[in-house]
Design a protein around this ligand. Structure first.
Ligand code: HEM
Length: 396
């Protein structure tokens, strides 16, 4: 351990444009692959693909049970599954995975398509709309309602919470985070109380699957189940606004790609994967070191937080040739880290792929063009991409 604080290699508070973070991460990958910033109480950032994969698959030296995002706004709570390390993490994850198998995801397609079509119709009929703060808050809210079997009346509330939470988080406003978090806890508590009285099939109901799960110490305590439902509400709501916004900016910049996908919708799943790589909306999740870790000539001290910058790894030129360019022909595309890697790799990846495919199919088939209708507003760490993406729709 050193007594003097390490030098600052980057400033996470710098004003960003749509493209600027990627220029900065290219510099960091070249000049300071193990980078330090004194912002947010001091933290490290890994930016190269290989370093990140090595760290997130090393559960002994890089843990999630202390801090999982920077800035840390978790209000002192370590919610499962992200806030637990293996082996405590395993039963939570096993229960959620049971409800996200291929057959369950496939069975959700008609309902999700109906929600996407209805919400898009509304915006396209109006001629203009904000794909990030409008569609990409309400449509993922419907996805959560369908997956968690919530009462439909919760969808507008979840969409509103997603908007509020994003603003509160960006402004590092702990009071607002606490208030919005309480609303999500109300939803989570309600569903767990109901499933205790009326259990549902464990293959199709996350709360029931968690209640039925056995750990070496018996059933999972109710408080942890409520924490888990609360967490999955948020992970599913926060990523789509910047991701869907960034995809639309890309499509506006490349009308030829829009035409290509309209003419060949069978290419949309490949486009989904490349969009995930290019516009990873969770720019980085954090781990904490359990001992001094030496990496490439620097020592990350024990107990220091380290952000794994997935968005940078996905444009690492050592792994993805010509990384800033959209391409259909990447043989290693499935290696991208938009969903992370290792024990905490996204449980909802299959559902997200379906959600995105439906979004693109419904958007492109209803329009013949897209234009930007105003200024973009960009989010900050831990997300990446626009929180406001005003669009003009040219109907088909
Ligand atoms: C665009 C949408 C999404 C993206 C980009 C995304 C990405 C991610 C990433 C990168 C992680 C890893 C966190 C880490 O390394 O610490 C993660 C974890 C997780 N995601 Fe997603 N996610 C999305 C949507 C969803 C949805 C809709 C669900 C629910 C069905 C979900 C459920 C989870 C869960 C439960 C975890 C924690 C897994 C664990 O700790 O074992 N995600 N997600």
């Amino acid at each position: 351990m050193t007594d003097t604080p390490p030098q600052d290699d980057f400033d996470p508070h710098v004003e960003e444009t749509f493209d600027s973070p990627h220029v900065e991460y290219r510099r960091m990958r070249a000049e300071c692959r193990v980078a330090h910033s004194s912002a947010h109480g001091g933290f490290w950032a890994l930016t190269r693909y290989d370093d990140i994969v090595a760290a997130v698959t090393d559960n002994d030296r890089f843990i999630t049970s202390k801090i999982n995002v920077i800035p840390n706004m978790s209000l002192g709570k370590r919610r499962p599954p992200l806030g637990k390390d293996p082996p405590e993490h395993t039963p939570f994850r096993r229960a959620l995975d049971r409800t996200l198998r291929h057959s369950r995801i496939t069975s959700m397609e008609p309902a999700l398509r109906a929600h996407a079509a209805r919400e898009l119709e509304r915006m396209i009929a109006a001629g203009e709309g904000d794909i990030s703060s409008d569609f990409a808050t309400i449509y993922p809210a419907w996805v959560e309602v369908e997956w968690l079997n919530l009462d439909p009346s919760n969808a507008p509330l979840l969409a509103e919470v997603a908007r509020l939470y994003n603003i509160a988080w960006r402004n590092e406003n702990l009071d607002a985070v606490a208030q919005t978090s309480a609303k999500l806890y109300d939803v989570a508590t309600g569903v767990v109380e109901d499933r205790k009285r009326n259990p549902r099939p464990v293959e199709s109901d996350p709360a029931s699957a968690l209640l039925a799960e056995e750990t070496p110490d018996g059933p999972i305590p109710d408080a942890y189940i409520i924490d888990t439902i609360r967490q999955v509400l948020v992970v599913g709501l926060m990523a789509p606004p910047p991701l869907f916004g960034a995809i639309c900016v890309h499509l506006v910049r490349h009308p030829d790609l829009q035409d290509e996908l309209r003419a060949n919708p069978d290419r949309i799943p490949a486009a989904v994967e490349e969009f995930l790589r290019l516009y990873s909306p969770y720019r980085g999740f954090a781990r904490t070191t359990t001992c001094d870790v030496e990496m490439h000539g620097r020592v990350i001290p024990k107990d220091d937080p380290v952000t794994m910058v997935y968005a940078s790894a996905n444009r690492d030129e050592r792994v993805f040739d010509d990384p800033d360019t959209f391409r259909f022909d990447r043989e290693n595309i499935r290696q991208h880290l938009a969903f992370g890697r290792g024990a905490h790799q996204c449980a909802g990846a299959g559902l997200v792929r379906l959600e995105m495919r439906i979004f693109l199919e419904e958007l492109l088939s209803r329009t013949r063009g897209l234009e930007l209708a105003g200024e973009l507003e960009m989010t900050r760490l831990p997300e990446l991409g626009p929180t406001s993406t005003p669009l003009r729709f040219i109907p088909a």
